[in-house]
Design a protein around this ligand. Structure first.
Ligand code: ZN
Ligand code: ZN
Length: 215
């Protein structure tokens, strides 16, 4: 028997728990919208996407259980004909703290300031911002608040077990959630379009063309 089946089953079940809780939250929201006579098209699309993901995870879990000699129940979800909307999934290093953002980010930026360099331990920070209502968070997190030189507060949320920052908010745009792009571990994620604090940029850093530049 393959030695990694057990951890893969654990991971798939953890993932399924996360997706299932998102489905529950979104279903409640969708039903409230419908009861209030508001449109539910966007919620329906997101629900269809999540339910498809849930079915895929059900199959994965069942498949792994069968290979471990522990077949269990199968929970088929309702069939769907709707279009897929991208879900971006972020995670800390240990996987305890996870985040899912639906749809495209409203801004992807990089910052070369020293505070960002210290926070990330890297030459620059890169983050994508999503409207808070399209973001679901699962897991424990601890806050670290920092006030910038301009007096703007930012609250970084990190996993208390492994220390990785998975999201943060800023005082000036509380409706947005910033997600460090590295936590998405996705090489197909779009490049940044804005670069700030370039006076502190490491001289060897190359930037994509057509970016907005700020000193
Ligand atoms: Zn962690
Ligand atoms: Zn910065």
């Amino acid at each position: 028997m393959e030695a990694d089946l057990e951890p893969r089953l654990l991971e798939a079940r953890r993932e399924r728990f996360f997706v299932r809780s998102q489905v529950k939250v979104l279903r409640r929201y969708r039903d409230r919208q419908e009861a209030a006579g508001r449109p539910t098209t966007e919620s329906d699309v997101r629900l269809a996407d999540l339910e498809r993901e849930l079915r895929r995870l059900d199959e994965t879990v069942e498949g792994l259980r069968a290979r471990l000699g522990r077949p269990h129940r199968s929970v088929p979800g309702p069939a769907s004909r709707l279009r897929v909307m991208t879900t971006h999934e972020a995670s800390c290093s240990c996987g305890q703290l996870r985040l899912a953002a639906q749809g495209d980010p409203v801004r992807i930026s990089m910052c070369h300031c020293y505070a960002c360099q210290r926070r990330t331990g890297s030459a620059f920070a890169i983050q994508a911002r999503f409207p808070a209502e399209r973001v679901r968070i699962e897991g424990r997190h601890t806050a670290y608040e920092r006030v910038s030189d301009d007096g703007e507060e930012r609250t970084f949320r990190f996993c208390p077990d492994c220390g990785a920052t998975v999201f943060y908010t800023t005082g000036d745009r509380p409706e947005l959630i910033a997600v460090p792009v590295g936590t998405l571990a996705d090489r197909d994620f779009p490049p940044p379009t804005v670069s700030v604090w370039e006076e502190r940029m490491h001289p060897w850093v190359g930037l994509p063309e057509g970016m907005e530049h700020h000193p």
